[in-house]
Design a protein around this ligand. Sequence first.
Ligand code: PEP
Ligand code: MG
Length: 286
Amino acid sequence: KQGALGVGLYRSEFLFLARRTLPTEEEQVTIYRKLLNLMGGRPVTIRTFDLRPDKLASYAQLGSSTTRPFDWRIVLTSHPLQQLFREQVRAILRAATEGPARILIPLVTRSEVLDFVLETLAWAKEALVREGLDHVPNVPVGVMIEVPAAVPMVGTWAEQVDFFALGTNDLTAASMGMDRDDPIASGQLDSLHPGMLRLIHSTVSDAHQARKPVSVCGEIAADPLGALALVALEVDSLSVAVPQYATTRAALTGIKPGEIADLRPQMLRQRTARGVRALLEGKRTN
Ligand code: PEP
Ligand code: MG
């Protein structure tokens, strides 16, 4: 209703958090179909379960001993998580008959994880064909760039994926050596740190070199100056939480990418986030 062109980040782990049990494949098919149906033909990017004890910490009943086998960071050694991931991938491919779904993998840090993801997808397609279940085999697959070590890998991974999504919440915290929920971090984590802008610039350049689009789905896109910076850095799409949509939209109204092209080199030359903000303020139209 607000005019968004799609769902840029559907945090599927909320399904788990809301009920504290794992949804089955059939339950997921029903939920994803409903979501695609509600979006009436606009693309929906379903991020696979980003389960991590730090994210679950606020849910008191889920102690880390319960959640550890489902910690996405240990996917290559966790059989329960691999099984959960297989079911989720199957569910997304099956639900995609209802509308344009996209699969997004959180926190890809190593090529081995990407290989596991792609092997699982190939396996899921074969299994669905064998079982005669309706599905869409060519659902676009993207990876989230959320740790600094992943940034220089973008060019290497580009030929294996369809798109990239920068998770600037985690990327900022990891780059600054902070825990994103640590009270000390608040006030010190500014995603407009010039080093962060260089990481984003590097990601976009390497992805575009391979003709792959980049979206940003961290809080930075909800900051009017952040949104402007991302457009100047030639990010292809922005994703924000629904309550922030109008602010981001307004921040970009009247901005023509060609007119702010000179912003990019100027921003990248700044020494401080404060300097970046001052520069962007001068270009603001709203
Ligand atoms: C991010 O890290 O920027 C992101 C979009 O993912 P989440 O906030 O769910 O960790
Ligand atoms: Mg994240």
